[in-house]
Write a protein that binds this ligand. Structure first.
Ligand SMILES: [Zn+2]
Length: 300
Protein backbone atom coordinates (compact mmCIF):
# COMPACT_ATOMS: atom_id res chain seq x y z
CA UNK A 1 0.00 0.00 0.00
CA UNK A 2 1.37 3.40 -0.92
CA UNK A 3 0.76 6.41 1.28
CA UNK A 4 1.54 9.99 0.53
CA UNK A 5 2.83 12.11 3.37
CA UNK A 6 2.82 15.89 3.24
CA UNK A 7 4.67 18.27 5.50
CA UNK A 8 4.55 22.02 5.82
CA UNK A 9 7.96 23.50 5.02
CA UNK A 10 9.29 27.02 5.44
CA UNK A 11 11.71 27.83 2.63
CA UNK A 12 13.94 30.87 3.16
CA UNK A 13 14.08 33.77 0.72
CA UNK A 14 16.76 32.15 -1.48
CA UNK A 15 14.90 28.84 -1.61
CA UNK A 16 11.68 30.64 -2.52
CA UNK A 17 13.40 32.23 -5.49
CA UNK A 18 14.81 28.88 -6.59
CA UNK A 19 11.37 27.33 -6.22
CA UNK A 20 9.66 30.07 -8.19
CA UNK A 21 12.12 29.44 -11.03
CA UNK A 22 11.62 25.70 -11.23
CA UNK A 23 8.09 25.44 -9.99
CA UNK A 24 6.00 22.43 -10.91
CA UNK A 25 8.86 20.04 -11.56
CA UNK A 26 11.26 20.83 -8.75
CA UNK A 27 12.20 18.03 -6.46
CA UNK A 28 13.76 19.79 -3.56
CA UNK A 29 14.82 18.30 -0.27
CA UNK A 30 14.19 20.52 2.69
CA UNK A 31 15.48 20.06 6.17
CA UNK A 32 11.97 19.78 7.55
CA UNK A 33 11.11 17.01 5.15
CA UNK A 34 14.29 15.15 6.01
CA UNK A 35 13.52 15.49 9.70
CA UNK A 36 9.97 14.29 9.14
CA UNK A 37 11.31 11.30 7.24
CA UNK A 38 13.66 10.50 10.11
CA UNK A 39 10.69 10.70 12.48
CA UNK A 40 8.77 8.28 10.30
CA UNK A 41 11.65 5.83 10.41
CA UNK A 42 12.11 6.18 14.16
CA UNK A 43 8.39 5.49 14.69
CA UNK A 44 8.81 2.28 12.72
CA UNK A 45 6.93 3.54 9.70
CA UNK A 46 8.16 2.58 6.29
CA UNK A 47 11.03 4.59 4.84
CA UNK A 48 10.02 6.91 1.99
CA UNK A 49 10.88 5.58 -1.43
CA UNK A 50 10.16 8.59 -3.60
CA UNK A 51 11.75 12.02 -3.60
CA UNK A 52 10.18 15.05 -2.07
CA UNK A 53 8.01 17.22 -4.22
CA UNK A 54 7.47 20.76 -3.05
CA UNK A 55 4.10 22.33 -3.77
CA UNK A 56 2.55 25.67 -2.95
CA UNK A 57 -1.12 26.12 -2.01
CA UNK A 58 -3.59 28.98 -2.55
CA UNK A 59 -2.71 30.57 0.78
CA UNK A 60 0.95 30.79 -0.24
CA UNK A 61 2.15 27.95 1.99
CA UNK A 62 4.76 25.41 0.90
CA UNK A 63 4.52 21.68 1.39
CA UNK A 64 6.94 18.85 0.77
CA UNK A 65 5.29 15.56 -0.02
CA UNK A 66 6.58 12.08 -0.67
CA UNK A 67 5.30 8.56 -1.11
CA UNK A 68 6.14 5.65 1.14
CA UNK A 69 5.48 1.95 0.77
CA UNK A 70 3.48 0.92 3.80
CA UNK A 71 3.27 -2.69 4.93
CA UNK A 72 -0.29 -3.29 6.22
CA UNK A 73 0.71 -6.58 7.86
CA UNK A 74 3.44 -4.86 9.89
CA UNK A 75 1.16 -1.93 10.70
CA UNK A 76 -1.64 -4.24 11.81
CA UNK A 77 0.78 -6.13 14.04
CA UNK A 78 1.54 -2.90 15.89
CA UNK A 79 -2.13 -2.28 16.64
CA UNK A 80 -3.51 -4.82 19.13
CA UNK A 81 -6.71 -6.63 18.14
CA UNK A 82 -9.97 -6.03 19.96
CA UNK A 83 -13.50 -7.49 19.97
CA UNK A 84 -15.18 -4.12 19.91
CA UNK A 85 -17.24 -2.94 16.95
CA UNK A 86 -18.89 0.42 16.50
CA UNK A 87 -21.57 2.08 14.37
CA UNK A 88 -21.20 5.74 13.49
CA UNK A 89 -24.02 8.13 12.67
CA UNK A 90 -22.93 11.42 11.10
CA UNK A 91 -25.17 14.34 11.92
CA UNK A 92 -25.50 18.05 12.33
CA UNK A 93 -26.23 18.56 16.01
CA UNK A 94 -23.05 16.56 16.66
CA UNK A 95 -20.28 15.69 14.23
CA UNK A 96 -20.83 12.02 15.00
CA UNK A 97 -22.81 9.85 17.39
CA UNK A 98 -21.53 6.35 18.16
CA UNK A 99 -23.55 3.21 18.80
CA UNK A 100 -22.17 3.13 22.37
CA UNK A 101 -23.88 6.48 22.98
CA UNK A 102 -20.78 8.69 22.71
CA UNK A 103 -21.49 12.06 21.10
CA UNK A 104 -18.59 13.76 19.37
CA UNK A 105 -18.54 17.48 18.62
CA UNK A 106 -16.08 19.51 16.60
CA UNK A 107 -13.19 20.46 18.89
CA UNK A 108 -12.72 24.01 20.12
CA UNK A 109 -9.63 24.68 17.95
CA UNK A 110 -11.70 23.95 14.84
CA UNK A 111 -14.65 26.09 15.97
CA UNK A 112 -12.23 28.94 16.74
CA UNK A 113 -10.68 28.72 13.26
CA UNK A 114 -14.17 28.73 11.71
CA UNK A 115 -15.11 31.82 13.71
CA UNK A 116 -11.98 33.66 12.49
CA UNK A 117 -12.80 32.70 8.90
CA UNK A 118 -16.32 34.14 9.23
CA UNK A 119 -14.90 37.36 10.65
CA UNK A 120 -12.37 37.63 7.79
CA UNK A 121 -15.16 37.06 5.25
CA UNK A 122 -17.28 39.79 6.86
CA UNK A 123 -14.36 42.22 6.70
CA UNK A 124 -13.71 41.37 3.06
CA UNK A 125 -17.33 42.09 2.12
CA UNK A 126 -17.02 45.57 3.62
CA UNK A 127 -13.94 46.54 1.56
CA UNK A 128 -14.36 48.68 -1.54
CA UNK A 129 -14.01 46.78 -4.83
CA UNK A 130 -10.63 47.22 -6.50
CA UNK A 131 -9.04 48.74 -3.38
CA UNK A 132 -5.70 47.70 -1.92
CA UNK A 133 -7.39 46.85 1.37
CA UNK A 134 -9.71 44.47 -0.45
CA UNK A 135 -6.75 42.57 -1.90
CA UNK A 136 -5.26 42.36 1.58
CA UNK A 137 -8.55 41.16 3.04
CA UNK A 138 -8.85 38.53 0.34
CA UNK A 139 -5.47 37.05 1.25
CA UNK A 140 -6.56 37.05 4.89
CA UNK A 141 -9.66 35.04 3.95
CA UNK A 142 -7.53 32.57 1.97
CA UNK A 143 -5.27 32.07 4.98
CA UNK A 144 -8.21 31.67 7.36
CA UNK A 145 -9.70 29.15 4.92
CA UNK A 146 -6.48 27.15 4.92
CA UNK A 147 -6.41 27.19 8.73
CA UNK A 148 -9.95 25.82 8.89
CA UNK A 149 -9.09 23.08 6.41
CA UNK A 150 -5.99 22.16 8.45
CA UNK A 151 -7.86 22.16 11.76
CA UNK A 152 -10.63 20.03 10.29
CA UNK A 153 -8.17 17.53 8.84
CA UNK A 154 -6.33 17.35 12.14
CA UNK A 155 -9.61 16.63 13.92
CA UNK A 156 -10.54 13.96 11.35
CA UNK A 157 -7.12 12.34 11.71
CA UNK A 158 -7.29 12.24 15.49
CA UNK A 159 -10.83 10.90 15.60
CA UNK A 160 -10.35 8.31 12.84
CA UNK A 161 -7.14 7.03 14.45
CA UNK A 162 -8.89 6.74 17.81
CA UNK A 163 -11.88 4.87 16.36
CA UNK A 164 -9.65 2.52 14.37
CA UNK A 165 -7.44 1.73 17.35
CA UNK A 166 -10.38 1.14 19.71
CA UNK A 167 -12.49 -0.99 17.36
CA UNK A 168 -12.03 -4.06 15.20
CA UNK A 169 -15.09 -3.30 13.08
CA UNK A 170 -16.35 0.14 12.07
CA UNK A 171 -19.68 0.71 10.34
CA UNK A 172 -20.89 3.90 8.71
CA UNK A 173 -23.75 4.92 6.48
CA UNK A 174 -22.75 5.72 2.91
CA UNK A 175 -23.09 9.44 2.31
CA UNK A 176 -25.11 8.73 -0.84
CA UNK A 177 -27.88 7.21 1.26
CA UNK A 178 -27.46 9.33 4.39
CA UNK A 179 -30.74 11.19 4.97
CA UNK A 180 -29.01 14.49 5.68
CA UNK A 181 -26.83 14.35 2.60
CA UNK A 182 -29.97 14.25 0.46
CA UNK A 183 -31.49 17.38 1.98
CA UNK A 184 -30.94 21.11 1.44
CA UNK A 185 -28.60 20.90 4.41
CA UNK A 186 -26.14 19.24 2.05
CA UNK A 187 -23.92 22.31 2.16
CA UNK A 188 -23.48 21.91 5.89
CA UNK A 189 -22.84 18.26 5.23
CA UNK A 190 -20.11 19.24 2.83
CA UNK A 191 -18.68 21.69 5.34
CA UNK A 192 -18.57 19.00 7.95
CA UNK A 193 -16.10 17.20 5.70
CA UNK A 194 -17.69 13.80 6.14
CA UNK A 195 -16.27 12.41 2.92
CA UNK A 196 -12.75 13.22 4.05
CA UNK A 197 -13.39 11.62 7.42
CA UNK A 198 -14.86 8.45 5.90
CA UNK A 199 -11.91 8.27 3.49
CA UNK A 200 -9.51 8.31 6.45
CA UNK A 201 -11.45 5.61 8.27
CA UNK A 202 -11.37 3.46 5.15
CA UNK A 203 -7.66 3.63 4.45
CA UNK A 204 -6.69 3.35 8.11
CA UNK A 205 -8.92 0.28 8.47
CA UNK A 206 -7.18 -1.31 5.48
CA UNK A 207 -3.81 -0.33 6.84
CA UNK A 208 -4.33 -1.64 10.35
CA UNK A 209 -6.30 -4.78 9.57
CA UNK A 210 -9.68 -3.49 10.73
CA UNK A 211 -13.02 -4.13 9.06
CA UNK A 212 -14.71 -1.09 7.58
CA UNK A 213 -18.29 -1.49 6.38
CA UNK A 214 -20.26 1.13 4.53
CA UNK A 215 -24.00 0.58 4.58
CA UNK A 216 -24.35 1.16 0.88
CA UNK A 217 -27.96 0.27 0.17
CA UNK A 218 -30.93 2.04 1.64
CA UNK A 219 -31.38 1.20 5.31
CA UNK A 220 -34.04 3.19 7.19
CA UNK A 221 -31.62 3.66 10.09
CA UNK A 222 -33.57 6.52 11.62
CA UNK A 223 -36.98 4.83 11.30
CA UNK A 224 -36.28 1.42 12.81
CA UNK A 225 -36.42 0.80 16.57
CA UNK A 226 -33.03 -0.62 17.52
CA UNK A 227 -34.63 -2.37 20.52
CA UNK A 228 -37.43 -4.35 18.86
CA UNK A 229 -36.85 -3.89 15.12
CA UNK A 230 -40.24 -2.30 14.44
CA UNK A 231 -40.34 0.18 11.55
CA UNK A 232 -41.79 3.30 13.10
CA UNK A 233 -42.14 5.49 10.02
CA UNK A 234 -40.24 8.52 8.72
CA UNK A 235 -38.93 11.09 11.19
CA UNK A 236 -38.40 14.71 10.13
CA UNK A 237 -34.86 15.92 10.79
CA UNK A 238 -35.96 18.16 13.67
CA UNK A 239 -37.26 15.17 15.67
CA UNK A 240 -34.29 14.48 17.96
CA UNK A 241 -36.04 11.99 20.25
CA UNK A 242 -38.90 9.58 19.67
CA UNK A 243 -40.77 6.76 21.40
CA UNK A 244 -41.24 3.40 19.66
CA UNK A 245 -44.98 2.78 19.22
CA UNK A 246 -44.37 -0.99 19.37
CA UNK A 247 -42.19 -1.42 22.48
CA UNK A 248 -42.23 2.02 24.13
CA UNK A 249 -38.46 2.50 24.10
CA UNK A 250 -37.46 6.18 24.08
CA UNK A 251 -34.77 6.80 21.47
CA UNK A 252 -32.21 9.50 20.89
CA UNK A 253 -32.49 9.77 17.11
CA UNK A 254 -28.76 9.67 16.33
CA UNK A 255 -27.83 7.07 18.91
CA UNK A 256 -30.60 4.77 17.63
CA UNK A 257 -29.38 5.28 14.05
CA UNK A 258 -25.79 4.47 15.04
CA UNK A 259 -26.93 1.19 16.61
CA UNK A 260 -28.91 0.31 13.46
CA UNK A 261 -25.89 1.08 11.29
CA UNK A 262 -23.78 -1.26 13.38
CA UNK A 263 -26.45 -3.98 13.24
CA UNK A 264 -26.94 -3.62 9.48
CA UNK A 265 -23.18 -3.80 8.95
CA UNK A 266 -23.00 -7.03 10.94
CA UNK A 267 -25.75 -8.56 8.81
CA UNK A 268 -24.08 -7.39 5.64
CA UNK A 269 -20.83 -9.01 6.69
CA UNK A 270 -22.32 -12.41 7.49
CA UNK A 271 -24.66 -12.38 4.49
CA UNK A 272 -21.88 -12.11 1.95
CA UNK A 273 -19.56 -14.28 4.01
CA UNK A 274 -16.60 -11.96 4.13
CA UNK A 275 -15.76 -8.67 5.74
CA UNK A 276 -14.86 -5.73 3.53
CA UNK A 277 -11.38 -6.74 2.52
CA UNK A 278 -8.15 -5.05 1.59
CA UNK A 279 -9.38 -3.58 -1.65
CA UNK A 280 -7.06 -1.06 -3.33
CA UNK A 281 -6.74 1.96 -1.12
CA UNK A 282 -6.04 5.46 -2.33
CA UNK A 283 -2.95 6.91 -0.84
CA UNK A 284 -3.75 9.59 1.68
CA UNK A 285 -1.89 12.03 3.75
CA UNK A 286 -1.04 10.93 7.27
CA UNK A 287 -0.78 12.69 10.57
CA UNK A 288 2.22 14.97 10.62
CA UNK A 289 2.01 16.60 14.00
CA UNK A 290 2.55 20.34 13.82
CA UNK A 291 3.62 20.45 10.19
CA UNK A 292 0.20 20.87 8.65
CA UNK A 293 -1.12 19.69 5.31
CA UNK A 294 -1.88 21.02 1.85
CA UNK A 295 -5.46 22.17 1.48
CA UNK A 296 -6.31 19.80 -1.36
CA UNK A 297 -5.78 16.05 -1.35
CA UNK A 298 -3.39 14.66 -3.91
CA UNK A 299 -3.32 11.03 -4.92
CA UNK A 300 0.07 9.38 -4.93
ZN1 LIG B 1 -39.38 -0.81 19.63
Amino acid sequence: MQLRYAFRVYPNAGQRVALARTFGCARVVFNDAVRAREDARRDGRAFPTAGELVVKDAAGRFFASFVIDADPAADAARMPGTDRTIGIDLGLTHFAVLSDGTKIDSPRFLRRAEKKLKKAQRELSRKRKGSKNRAKARLKVARAHAKVADARREFHHRLSTRLISENQGIAVEDLAVNALARTRLAKSVHDAGWAQFLGMLQYKAARYGRTFVKIGRFEPTSQVCSACGAVDGPKPLDIREWTCTACGTVHDRDHNAAINIKTAAGLAVSACGAPVGPEPVLAQREETGSHGFPTEPRAA
